[in-house]
Design a protein around this ligand. Structure first.
Ligand SMILES: Cc1cc2nc3c(=O)[nH]c(=O)nc-3n(C[C@H](O)[C@H](O)[C@H](O)COP(=O)(O)OP(=O)(O)OC[C@H]3O[C@@H](n4cnc5c(N)ncnc54)[C@H](O)[C@@H]3O)c2cc1C
Ligand code: SF4
Length: 530
């Protein structure tokens, strides 16, 4: 591997939403940029046919699985996240909502700036870059949600999504960036967005920000994981040596490149463990808030699997998330689908039981499981599990936090006695899932970790390097500069400083766009240094 540069102006760790936006904007400002990404570079044909092809779907490098989906099981939370060039955009469900105003006025960033006003133009820019439009097609799951919305007088609307809705299978020149982007094909509503789009229709980051950054000269080094960061002088004024090694081989020697500045964009599960490790030796002045205020969207994920009637094998039709219902001022619900054949969750889910006590819950669960054996067998033997299932995604604005810690056994979680942690039992979610399931002749079920041990699951892990007025209150300042060091930034989900209550990628993109607007062009920066 040969590097074009001796010293990079910026090395970016991770190529998800924060990393990709940074790469494009810095390359436009004429900086020499290197992005290091531990996952693989995927072309449409590389994605798994469905999620039974575990080696192509999951990211478990120790078992030689190099896919796009990472699963992390911790004491208080089970987490789904994305890996690969394009980060979570490869596996995500394309939905790009803007949070309600409350989000901008809560958490550790609330008094730091007028975020509603400051970020408004950057949401517009994020949507433009990600090609966000309203979903034009409502599948059976969306229509079932719409029916309940009408019955209950709730607000329902198609989701705003980053997908190209041109003619399926017809390749056309770049429709977004005046021809400077890649050729594209239209969406065929196969519902398989979360196993990777094989049809070149999903506006993942490799089709927009990263593609354009590369054209501007930014380098992307895939299949390498950053493992260490050595400040050249005490506070990083002279830059850093970034140490990395091959992530797809069992044995490889570590290497390093020198950077004038470093951006952490590894997502919460990449950035926080690495910074916690660095705080112990290389970067001892990092804020004591590091790893704290980790949030989810207070989510609940409930499978609703049809077992008879007209909806059997029909629920994959559409895009991964096609619509959104506002349940009350704190709660949003989205129906999520996988493509046909992606039934790997089938054996891992069990009936829904609303009981906080561990023993009572598991006794009830056992009874329900016995009663449901014939139905589960029928689904298993005669139906396509994914094409018969909808995952109801509940998200709440209400706050709950956990702390991420690093021990000799690896990453762990802790809940502060004064804080409430995310829970698997959201009464509104359970009631709604039961009603939705009854309407379409389905059974509501959850991941076994939720029902057996009460541990909730999330695809929206956020925080851990939150904003504050100073190092006592937060890890980064309002321009995302890390307190205690020079030339160190964080742009990713870990810098989200309150609970958005909805899917977070539009917010990570908008915040990074805003942060990047504060970094001067290289020529102006160099002039200031003279
Ligand atoms: C199944 C699923 C569906 C989702 N659907 C939606 C949705 O519809 N809408 C939405 O808004 N959000 C959705 N999300 C969440 C969304 O994907 C994340 O919030 C978002 O990707 C986070 O962006 P990020 O910038 O924090 O980093 P990420 O996108 O997580 O990217 C971080 C990247 O850094 C890499 N990395 C980490 N550590 C290192 C290291 N040390 N060295 C090198 N590389 C490293 C990782 O491999 C990864 O590629 C979904 C998530 C999942 C799992
Ligand atoms: S529905 Fe199918 S074609 Fe459309 S974006 Fe998702 S995976 Fe691609």
């Amino acid at each position: 591997m040969k590097f074009k540069e001796q010293i990079y102006d910026f090395v970016i760790i991770g190529s998800g939403f924060g990393g990709s936006v940074s790469a494009l904007r810095l390359s436009e400002k004429k900086y020499r940029v290197l992005v290091i990404e531990k996952g693989k570079h995927f072309k449409p044909n590389d994605f798994a046919k469905n999620n039974w092809y575990l080696r192509k779907w999951l990211w478990v490098p120790s078992l030689k699985m190099f896919g796009i989906q990472k699963l992390t099981f911790l004491r208080h939370i089970s987490i789904m996240s994305g890996v690969g060039v394009g980060g979570g955009s490869l596996v995500y469900a394309n939905t790009l909502p803007k949070p309600k105003k409350d989000f901008f006025k809560q958490g550790s960033w609330k008094d730091i700036d007028d975020w509603v006003k400051k970020l408004s133009p950057y949401y517009e820019l994020a949507w433009k870059m990600l090609g966000a439009v309203n979903n034009p097609y409502l599948g059976p799951a969306d229509l079932a949600l719409k029916k309940i919305a009408e019955q209950k007088g709730k607000k329902f609307k198609p989701a705003k999504v980053g997908i190209y809705f041109g003619q399926p299978d017809k390749q056309v020149p770049d429709p977004y960036f005046k021809g400077k982007g890649p050729t594209r094909s239209g969406c065929n509503f196969c519902g398989a967005c979360m196993t990777g789009c094989k049809y070149n229709a999903k506006n993942s980051l490799d089709k927009n920000y990263l593609y354009l950054a590369k054209k501007n000269g930014a380098e992307i080094l895939a299949e390498h994981e950053v493992i260490d960061l050595i400040p050249i002088d005490e506070n990083g004024e002279k830059g850093y040596d970034v140490v990395f090694k091959k992530s797809t081989k069992y044995f490889s020697r570590s290497k390093s490149v020198r950077a004038k500045a470093v951006i952490f964009s590894g997502g919460v599960l990449g950035t926080i463990p690495l910074l916690l490790k660095l705080k112990k030796n290389r970067l001892p002045h990092l804020s004591p808030q590091l790893g704290k205020m980790v949030r989810t969207n207070n989510e609940s994920l409930i499978f609703s699997t049809v077992y008879k009637g007209t909806f059997v094998n029909q629920m994959s039709k559409g895009i991964a998330i096609g619509s959104i219902l506002t349940y009350d001022k704190n709660t949003h619900i989205e129906p999520v689908r996988y493509g046909k054949g992606s039934g790997v969750w089938g054996p891992l889910i069990v009936p829904l039981v609303n009981e906080k006590n561990f023993l009572k819950r598991n006794a009830k669960l056992l009874l329900k499981l016995i009663r449901l054996i014939p139905v589960k067998l029928k689904i298993f033997l005669t139906q396509d599990f994914a094409a018969s299932s909808t995952v109801l995604l509940f998200m709440q604005h209400l706050d709950s936090t956990i702390q991420l810690k690093r021990s000799r056994w690896g990453l762990s979680t802790q809940v502060d006695r004064n804080e409430s942690s995310p829970t698997a039992f959201i009464p509104e979610a359970l009631d709604f899932a039961r009603q939705f399931s009854k309407n379409i002749k389905a059974i509501p079920q959850v991941l076994f970790t939720e029902s057996i041990s009460g541990i909730p699951s999330t695809a929206h892990i956020l925080g851990g390097a939150c904003m504050g007025k100073n190092a006592e209150e937060g890890v980064i300042d309002k321009d995302h500069k890390v307190f205690g060091y020079q030339n160190l930034y964080i742009f990713d989900g870990s810098s989200i400083s309150a609970n958005p209550g909805v899917n977070p990628s539009a917010t990570i993109t908008a915040l990074t766009e805003y942060g990047m607007s504060k970094i001067p062009d290289k020529k102006d920066q160099d002039k200031n240094l003279k």
